[in-house]
Design a protein around this ligand. Sequence first.
Ligand code: ADP
Ligand code: MG
Length: 615
Amino acid sequence: MADIIQLLPDHVANQIAAGEVVQRPASVVKELLENAIDAGAATIKLIIKDAGKTLVQVIDDGNGMSVTDARLSFERHATSKIRTADDLFQLNTKGFRGEALASIAAIAHVELKTKQEGDDVGTCIVIEGSAVQSQEVVVTPKGTSLSVKNLFFNIPARRNFLKSNVVETRHIIDEFHRVALAHPSIGFVMFHNGSEVFNLPESNYRQRIVNIFGTKTNEKLVPVNEDTEVLKISGFVGKPEFAKKSRGEQFFFVNDRFIKSAYLNHAIGSAFDGLLKDGAHASYFLNLKVNPQTIDINIHPTKTEIKFDDEHTLYAILRSAVKHSLGQFNIAPVLDFERDANLDTPYSYQQKGTPSVTVDRSFNPFADEKQGATNQTSNYRKEPAAHWESLYVGLESKGTQTRQDYSEVHYESEQKNASIFDNGTPVEQKQSTYQFHNKYVVSTVKSGVLFIDQHRAHQRILYEDFLKNITVKEAMSQQLLFPLQLHFSPQEIEIISQLKADLEHTGFVFQTLEEELVEITGVPVSVPESEVSIILEQLISDVENEVPDSNFSATDLLAKSLAKTLAVKTGQSLTVPEQEHLVNALFACKAPSVSPTNRATFITMTVDELDKKFV
Ligand code: ADP
Ligand code: MG
């Protein structure tokens, strides 16, 4: 039989390699930024169009390339960074595989302009799908500019597989952050569709973090420094009270390279043990320096995973360094204060008779945690959702009585009006909540006073409610008499389409969702028709402005956005029953103490603290 094996032509081999190296525009961004860093650039400019689908361009002021090198750089396994296999364990550069440019040139329209210091003119090469279209002499500044246009133009399947511009932009920004954080001494600028997104001047590490994540980050950072024979650690961890639900800001750099490591991440988690609220993730920006001979970077095509010789030791050092910093900067006592007595007070409602909260409990959005207040009191101590009730333990009988009054009044009026917000409810003087400046609701508890921010508290309540509806998909919808027609730009329609399924789970019903028109025939019961356009506009702007983070969840964002729009505003006056409902519903939440954006919903002042003020 005839021989059937043949060597693949270069352009096919390159296209196959590209499958590994270039998954999306963000991969191109990473490779080009890294090449600019390897070239010794002092400033690097990244220019993106249409989330990188139309253009990714990186301009650096580094060493540039000679004519021959410029041409060779697009060959597979062509690299200036290693010569022998031993060099793999002495790496001081980002690149070494020599396949990024070859891969990219196989699947895009590429233009390279480059010039070395001292040369009068530079070289311009145009390559499309691995085929050189032109090579010319050009006038260009020292350094290199590489433009990658129409990514995946010759692989429609890959191009179609790309996500929306919002998602692809997030990936690009993630890569940009990783590279920029690893190199604070290099200046970076990023433009997207003509507008400047980041301008990061050369700076120190703390300044770089702040320039990327905002001025507020500064106060959240706790320095970590450790110098041992096998490992040097420098960088910062976020104070535990600012920890987020999402894993957003978690960065390990090993010898200036961003890497992912679940194992080392665990080391940080265990250093924070007991300091974080449930479900919150520590943020960290940590640089680890190890002997290059003790790691292997060549185990993953995108080089984001590496193999350490002695992971266990690194784990132990990292954990103790972070623990030490947290201790040294006195983080723990702050939290102890937050875990204030109130929430731990033993339950003793039995003696108080049937409380009005029986009614309010039905507002608990979490069905599985709902229970009759009277017959299951003995379990309350173990139920997290019941914590709020302990806040009322030991209230003077007057206070308790007040709630009973509401309860009775509420029952009496039930036939006529099922709403607990019935404004006609006689309040009399016996009330246990007060509204203050149309902004705070003040409520007394056994050990002191609670000041609740009404807007944030209501956001928390609505947020958990929406999240639950989206997750269990059981929201009620109210039918509109006439369909509501709203007009949006195609880009905005894109965003709404991405969230359509989730929106439907909250109770929206879409009849049409096309080019520039949305027609809605049903809305969630809690949403007035007049608010719908505001809600959608807010939602779109939230999606567009969302600070990128690798754990981006559309569901979470939707719930946050709806809660923000619909929550009672500061300045709105609340009736006493409304105040009471707010307090009860808040403490029936899973995480009552923070708003969906992680701000405090209430503060407490204990009797002890008050006493101290009177000495
Ligand atoms: P690698 O970075 O792994 O060596 P690449 O395909 O990314 O492989 O690049 C091939 C070669 O092209 C590099 O080794 C380098 O010599 C040269 N090169 C690429 N980008 C630049 C740049 N921005 N400035 C100078 N030289 C570059
Ligand atoms: Mg490279």
